[in-house]
Design a protein around this ligand. Structure first.
Ligand SMILES: *[C@@H]1O[C@H](CO)[C@@H](O)[C@H](O)[C@H]1NC(C)=O
Ligand SMILES: *[C@@H]1O[C@H](CO)[C@@H](O)[C@H](O)[C@H]1NC(C)=O
Ligand SMILES: *[C@@H]1O[C@H](CO)[C@@H](O)[C@H](O)[C@H]1NC(C)=O
Ligand SMILES: *[C@@H]1O[C@H](CO)[C@@H](O)[C@H](O)[C@H]1NC(C)=O
Ligand SMILES: *[C@@H]1O[C@H](CO)[C@@H](O)[C@H](O)[C@H]1NC(C)=O
Ligand SMILES: *[C@@H]1O[C@H](CO)[C@@H](O)[C@H](O)[C@H]1NC(C)=O
Ligand SMILES: *[C@@H]1O[C@H](CO)[C@@H](O)[C@H](O)[C@H]1NC(C)=O
Ligand SMILES: *[C@@H]1O[C@H](CO)[C@@H](O)[C@H](O)[C@H]1NC(C)=O
Ligand SMILES: *[C@@H]1O[C@H](CO)[C@@H](O)[C@H](O)[C@H]1NC(C)=O
Ligand SMILES: *[C@@H]1O[C@H](CO)[C@@H](O)[C@H](O)[C@H]1NC(C)=O
Ligand SMILES: *[C@@H]1O[C@H](CO)[C@@H](O)[C@H](O)[C@H]1NC(C)=O
Ligand SMILES: *[C@@H]1O[C@H](CO)[C@@H](O)[C@H](O)[C@H]1NC(C)=O
Length: 471
């Protein structure tokens, strides 16, 4: 049996000083480093309505799931530590019923103020999970630390999330949430692949603002998913990850939307794109359908304003360790009305945008304005726009029209410590190989991986042979 430590730190530096009108609960960590979950759950029961739950600066061991979704007018000031037995979590983590994801903690209710004072930290001790999952994407029941669930009119501020064991958090069935001054950093100490450590995901969420985030991780920085509306991401810095619109359209028969997303004042350091869209293919394959999607819906009214970096669309998302043919021309998911203005910065290749839309539902009304992106190390402007199935471009023209996206087959980057040691930030890289190359020798795989690493830093503009990310 594996016994591992998985710290979850939530912090409080503040005295309680009569803040709340209701009760104040102060939870002290058990001296013998035992399970603090029962005491925490009890505190939320007693002080979760019109009260304050405070965890002084100690280490808390959270060895069981927590489900505190009916808080009201509650202030949380926390610092703690999550100690975890992987076997426990693989059996008990709570499903969120989307993409096989699960969670340690459902936190929800109304008017929650969650303060970390800049030091309160969720520490997922992800290394043990990165080692355990060995690069396998979305390992079933590998839980995210926090799911903000059925919350409204709430604020999460000054928190740190380090070494997330999975997606860092999901904001789900929630509205009117501000998350500001948040720091996220997940990296593998030994260069192992650390995919799936998204900074945050939104699902069925409305009016969510991410402000002043700093994210360094091995996957999407923030990923806006099914039925996310009125989302703002601003004044933030991404190291490596990007803002993903999707993945979306995985479930045949579902209609999902992403509407009115504003990204502004964002720095991307060493990432691939400023933002990118990923919809699944139009063909449902596998259970859950990781070989292709078939879902319908639209992504519309997205604005990216004042950012460094470039833009990318794919409608060919499928994920299957054995590899499935592309069906890249089949998605009927509609991507339209996207604007990028005042984009600047340096990229490593000449494309401002690579838009590989599905001929079954061409993208349309995509506008670029005041784009001033230089090819790094030169005074040449990046000025190429590579298109597949894009209609009615506004303010730009395709410089290269490509036929349907190649039926790339997604392969995990095989473990390659040599490469990873040198380029830990890229260790999550995923390689696309054309079917013909599937017979390729290991040598070729490594070669492809290398080209992925050397050619696509810091900001990948054009597409194959490599694109980041799992769904
Ligand atoms: C969490 O608590 C809510 C409200 O009490 C309940 O409806 C829900 O079923 C619980 N979820 C889990 C996974 O136990
Ligand atoms: C929100 O909760 C805080 C306690 O955390 C309380 O002081 C405040 O009055 C509540 N606001 C509303 C509108 O209920
Ligand atoms: C999803 O989770 C179930 C069990 O929870 C597992 O049987 C299945 O293989 C998982 N699917 C994938 C694609 O990981
Ligand atoms: C959106 O959420 C914010 C809190 O982050 C709130 O102040 C604002 O009133 C909400 N807007 C609407 C239209 O509900
Ligand atoms: C942004 O958040 C950081 C903590 O991550 C904090 O130190 C800084 O003061 C915040 N900046 C603003 C303008 O609030
Ligand atoms: C888009 O979202 C922003 C931020 O939540 C909001 O202020 C604005 O009113 C929304 N626009 C529309 C058309 O709903
Ligand atoms: C975001 O950054 C811009 C530019 O630095 C600044 O003008 C604006 O006040 C900031 N917004 C917030 C809400 O802090
Ligand atoms: C998602 O939004 C669409 C369009 O508004 C709606 O038809 C669908 O029921 C929503 N799905 C869920 C699960 O809420
Ligand atoms: C897109 O934005 C326009 C103008 O703000 C608004 O009229 C329209 O309803 C929006 N569409 C969606 C689907 O949000
Ligand atoms: C597209 O979205 C922008 C806001 O991003 C809005 O101003 C415009 O009216 C929208 N156009 C349509 C046709 O919805
Ligand atoms: C981009 O240029 C800067 C100097 O202008 C240099 O330090 C950096 O290494 C270059 N990055 C790449 C990926 O070439
Ligand atoms: C971008 O490239 C230009 C030209 O090589 C260089 O002067 C500048 O320092 C680079 N900027 C950044 C942020 O790397």
């Amino acid at each position: 049996m594996l016994l591992r430590s998985l710290p979850l730190l939530l912090s409080c530096l503040h005295a309680l000083s009569g803040f709340a009108k209701g009760d104040s609960c102060v939870v002290r960590a058990k001296a013998d480093a035992g399970d603090d979950t029962p005491a925490l759950i009890d505190a939320f029961k007693r002080c979760g309505q019109d009260g304050t739950v405070s965890l002084p600066d100690e280490t808390y061991h959270i060895n069981q799931v927590m489900n505190t979704t009916t808080l009201k007018n509650c202030r949380i000031d926390l610092k703690g530590r999550l100690l975890v037995d992987i076997n426990y979590w693989l059996e008990h983590s709570m499903p969120i019923y989307y993409q096989n994801q699960s969670t340690v903690w459902f936190l929800g209710g109304e008017n929650i103020t969650f303060n970390g004072f800049g030091t309160g930290t969720f520490d997922g001790n992800g290394q043990v999970w990165y080692d355990f999952a060995k690069g396998r994407s979305n390992y079933p029941r590998r839980p995210m630390a926090l799911t903000i669930f059925e919350a409204k009119n709430s604020r999460f501020s000054g928190l740190r999330f380090v070494q997330s064991q999975m997606w860092t958090m999901t904001i789900m069935y929630s509205s009117n949430i501000l998350l500001d001054n948040i720091y996220v950093n997940s990296s593998a100490s030994n260069g192992a692949r650390i995919s799936n450590t998204d900074g945050a995901d939104t699902l069925y969420a409305d009016n969510i603002t991410f402000r002043n985030w700093t994210i360094a991780n091995g996957d999407d920085g923030i990923s806006v998913k099914a039925n996310s509306t009125n989302i703002v991401i601003e004044n933030s810095t991404f190291h490596g990850g990007a803002v993903a619109l999707g993945s979306i359209g995985q479930y045949a028969g579902s209609f999902e939307t992403i509407e009115n997303v504003t990204l502004r004042n964002i720095d991307y350091l060493g990432g691939f794109y400023a933002a990118y869209v990923k919809t699944w293919t139009g063909k449902s394959k596998g259970i859950p359908p990781n070989g292709g999607g078939g879902g319908l819906g639209s992504i519309t009214n997205v604005t990216l304003h004042r950012a460094a970096g470039v833009f990318f669309i794919t409608q060919c998302t499928h994920w299957s360790s054995g590899g499935e043919p592309g069906n890249c021309d089949t998605s009927r998911f509609s991507v339209h009305n996207i604007t990028m203005t005042d984009v600047h910065g340096n990229v490593t290749n000449p494309a401002v945008a690579t838009l590989k839309c599905s001929p079954a539902a061409p993208c349309h009304d995509i506008k670029f304005d005041n784009i001033n992106v230089a090819i790094n190390g030169t005074d040449k402007k990046a000025d190429q726009y590579i298109c597949t199935a894009v209609e009615r471009p506004i303010g730009w023209a395709c410089t290269e029209t490509r036929a349907v996206e190649q039926p790339w087959v997604r392969m995990l980057l095989v473990s390659s410590p040599r490469i990873n040691r040198n380029q830990p930030a890229m260790s999550h890289c995923i390689v696309f190989l054309q079917p013909a190359k599937l017979v390729a020798s290991l040598r070729l795989l490594i070669l492809e991986s290398r080209s992925c690493i050397s050619e696509h830093r810091p900001q990948l503009a054009t597409a194959p042979p490599v694109v980041v990310l799992n769904p």
